[in-house]
Design a protein around this ligand. Sequence first.
Ligand code: DQA
Length: 154
Amino acid sequence: MSNIIFVLNGPNLNMLGKREPGIYGGETLETIGEDCRSTGAKLGIEIDFRQSNHEGVLVDWIQEAGSKAKGIVINPGAYSHTSIAIHDAIRAVSPLPVAEVHLSNIHAREEFRHHSWVSSVATGMICGFGSQGYLMALHALAARLGAAQQKGQG
Ligand code: DQA
């Protein structure tokens, strides 16, 4: 299997650029996707970048990643704070490494954003660094992948 990483984006992230730029920045999701693909190319990983506003679609993609990908970067958007279905889907593809990303620092915002159902089942979580967080997550997963492949587990 080649080194594919799914980068999954949840609800309202298709609105980036127009949506609350003071919080989420002015970059569009398309630009973030391009940056992920160029970082992926440098790291020797193929990026499959997707966005959906629908919880079940994200669950389907996590399951698909279980058989096709070497890892997942996911910004679940507001579903982070509500979705046990996404939590369970990540558990179901364990031990696939999962990096949770948020553009904003969810802990410095409203209290309802402080808890994420994804964090306890993710390998790790990056928040507050804007779109850089996606690239940091790709570096972290690539390093893990390299280590696993050296041990003959990749
Ligand atoms: C977000 C944070 C969530 O609380 C919010 O619902 C989003 C975006 C972020 O990237 O900062 O849609 O995941």
